[in-house]
Design a protein around this ligand. Structure first.
Ligand code: GLA
Length: 724
């Protein structure tokens, strides 16, 4: 419709001035549309592209024409008239540091039926530079994925010093930003602040393990602080495992300019003629129904479009890291397999410490890079372990940290030129290790072959944990020579190139993304990884908050949550906490009492029965641990026939009053029976509503008392709801 309008207006334009006015009124408009959101761009009289709207869909199509080409240029080039943060800055081959972007055409591709791709081309009238803004609109999921391509045909290279994935503008009375940050062991702490005039930046300069201090994910709430079930907000996240920058700038007229992309810090990028610079995708969902709806939109989108096998079951497992660290041998491991069998999990995951011969990996000072089985510890090799696991009905998985190298390793001795390190400076170690120069194609081949050979030569390997335990410091790529500005960006692109090759050969292999815990979690990585390790902190109380944080943006089947011995809470509490995500174990089964084993075995059986609801259902957060001394959440399956309710009482003082909890997401017309599960052996439920049947309407309007009778801190309950 817009194109026709544009043509008609253009024809009318020939007839004279009066019609010029009409042309201005009915300028070309492009819309990016999902079921519950609308983004409109208008081409101004000056040929520039403006963002004229982002909000709820307009019900009267004519109203859209009223949206003017306002003041907000869609993707602003530096060096021209605008004096705030630019989306792009380019220094041309002749040294001119400006970019003027004019609308030059667009394409809409609906071939997929459910995803509409709108690509808008902008060109500089004086320089042979093209910028294409891509918007993929996922109609049903209400998610928009946007990214940018930059290319040129100048005689020599240009330098890019800003290259946003996305620029969006807002005009609200107030803006509130919820960010998620922390450190090793304290990941994903939510903080909300009101934005004020000037720039607020969320960023990372850590290179690898880039998200250790801060996740590239946020809620931007318009007019008032973010709420769970109401209010206009945008949930956004950058699909990029390297340095990122999310900037929020309020100008003198209280407009907010939001720019998301790779961090330009130390990354002036040299772009050769004819090459395309493609930014990572910024993924966002706009809603007027609060954070809860935003999370559900992202979860549904991610399972369907981003995560490998997002609609397939995951494997429960027993990991040996917290149980043994690197201190094990073949017999110890085979004993641990027996423990995994007792629990009834699907897989045994062998962690760090299985490799290295000249320099065995007995501590974290050696052997990264020497990915050969330690003959002394494991004389039978991986094959023997796979076989022994198989004899017990278990699959077998293995830990790797392929991007890294220990100074004490054969790899380092053979290829000192493969290592990132500054000339004329001392090597900068972190966890006693260095990072490989992944930008070098030979290193990419080495990493690919390491992983590929291990998997193909040991066909029983059914799971990989891919770790990355340090950030980049004092960094220099011997391969890039004079173009060090490309390093941070090309490192992450190279990682993706290796993963792309691996995924082609092993499309369904489950691979866990780990970087000293949650040091690397984003939808760029999660195109290749099936789950992630949120934190090395597995204390049950801490995990309630950490998992709560990640679940805002990532679906539960990706959030690996293991029962361990860390933390002072009961085994039941720690088990109930692990169950809210993708459950596993990292515990010494040998040291558990028969009652604990019996409880855990039953818990795994329960999990096997309800995990489909947890993995593929909709998440409803009912009580936030940031607002009360408890956390309550539930998952509801698509048909609204089954639900699982998790209730965690945290640290509270004597006689703390806890109100009834209203459930969510159920069918008001259906009747559900409430059944408490994960009970200790010989301890029947004492909950007064256990076994009773309620309508969905009652549960959502009257609610349940989830803290009845005498309650104790750090206790928990889990309920299954089944339609009758
Ligand atoms: C990191 C991971 C742990 C474990 C160790 C092994 O810390 O987060 O789970 O794999 O490395 O060295």
């Amino acid at each position: 419709m817009n194109i026709n309008l544009y043509k008609i207006c253009a024809i009318l334009l020939i007839w004279g001035n009066a019609v010029t006015f009409s042309y201005a009124q009915k300028a070309l408009q492009l819309k990016v549309e999902t079921k519950n959101s609308l983004l409109v761009f208008t081409v101004g009289n000056n040929g520039k592209l403006y963002q004229s709207y982002l909000g709820q869909p307009l019900i009267h199509p004519d109203d859209q024409a009223l949206l003017q080409a306002a003041k907000h240029e869609a993707y602003i080039g530096a060096g021209m008239g605008d004096l705030f943060e630019p989306a792009i800055r380019m220094v041309h081959a002749d040294g001119n540091p400006s970019l003027d972007l004019i609308y030059a055409g667009h394409q809409t591709d609906k071939s997929d039926g459910t995803v509409t791709l709108t690509s808008i081309t902008l060109k500089d009238p004086k320089y042979p530079v093209t910028v294409i803004l891509h918007f993929a609109a996922y109609y049903k999921e209400n998610v928009i994925k946007t990214w940018t391509e930059i290319k040129h045909q100048e005689k020599k290279a240009v330098m890019l010093s800003n290259y946003a994935s996305s620029m969006l503008h807002f005009e609200a009375s107030k803006y509130w930003l919820s960010q998620f940050d922390g450190d090793y062991m304290t990941e994903m702490r939510m903080k909300e602040t009101q934005l004020t005039s000037g720039i607020k930046i969320l960023d990372s300069k850590l290179g690898t393990r880039a998200h250790m201090y801060r996740a590239p994910a946020f809620f931007l709430s318009l007019n008032k602080p973010a709420e769970e079930n109401t209010g206009e907000l945008l949930a956004g996240t950058l699909a990029w495992s390297g340095n990122f920058q999310c900037s929020f700038e309020i100008d003198q007229q209280n407009s907010l300019r939001m720019i998301n992309g790779m961090n330009p810090y130390a990354s002036e990028y040299k772009l050769m003629p004819g090459k395309t610079f493609e930014t990572p995708a910024f993924i966002f969902t706009y809603t007027n129904q609060g954070k809860g709806q935003a999370s559900r939109n992202l979860h549904r989108w991610a399972r369907k479009y981003n995560i490998p096998d997002g609609d397939q079951p995951r494997l429960t497992l027993l990991n040996n890291w917290e149980a043994t660290h690197m201190d094990f041998n073949q017999e110890v491991l085979v004993d641990l397999f027996d423990g995994a069998k007792k629990l009834g999990v699907d897989l045994f995951l062998l962690d760090d410490g299985w490799f290295g011969n000249k320099y065995p990996r007995d501590a974290d000072k050696t052997a990264l890079g020497d990915w050969q089985v330690d003959q002394k510890k494991l004389p039978g090799g991986i094959g023997h372990l796979v076989k022994e696991a198989g004899n017990r009905g278990l699959k077998f998985g293995i830990w790797l940290e392929p991007e890294m190298v220990s100074p004490k390793s054969e790899l380092y001795e053979q290829h000192p030129e493969w290592v990132l390190k500054l000339p004329n400076r001392e090597e900068s170690l972190s966890r006693n290790q260095l990072v490989l120069d992944l930008v070098n194609p030979k290193v990419q081949d080495f990493v690919f072959n390491t992983v590929n050979d291990l998997i193909t030569q040991n066909p029983g390997i059914a799971f990989v944990k891919w770790d990355c335990n340090r950030m980049l410091t004092n960094t220099f790529s011997p391969f890039l020579k004079a173009d060090q500005g490309n390093l941070f960006i090309d490192y992450t692109r190279s990682l993706y190139a290796v993963m792309e090759r691996l995924r082609k050969k092993h499309p369904h292999l489950p691979i866990m993304l780990c970087a000293g815990g949650g040091g690397r979690v984003d939808y760029g990585g999660l195109k290749y990884f099936t789950e992630f390790w949120p934190s090395d902190n597995t204390d049950g109380l801490e995990r309630v908050f950490i998992q709560w944080g990640y679940l805002n943006f990532f679906p539960s089947l990706t959030v690996s949550s293991h029962v361990t011995s860390m933390g002072k809470q009961s085994l039941k509490f720690r088990t109930d906490v692990a169950m809210m995500g993708k459950m596993g174990y990292d515990i010494r089964v040998n040291s558990m009492t028969p009652a604990e084993i019996q409880f855990s075995k039953a818990a795994v059986e329960n999990y096997n029965r309800i995990s489909k609801v947890i993995w593929f259902g909709d998440l409803y957060r009912l009580v936030s641990p940031y607002e009360e001394n408890r956390a309550v959440l539930m998952y509801v399956d698509d048909a609204k026939d089954k639900a699982v309710l998790f209730n965690y009482l945290l640290n509270f003082r004597r006689k703390e009053f806890m109100g009834k909890v209203l459930l969510s997401g159920l069918d008001p017309e259906k009747k559900y029976q409430l059944k408490e599960i994960n009970l200790l052996p010989d301890s029947p439920s004492t909950h007064p509503d256990n076994g009773k049947t309620f309508s969905g309407d009652y549960l959502m309007k009257v609610g349940l008392n989830l803290a009845p009778g005498k309650i104790s801190p750090l206790s928990s309950s889990v309920f299954e709801l089944n339609v009758q």
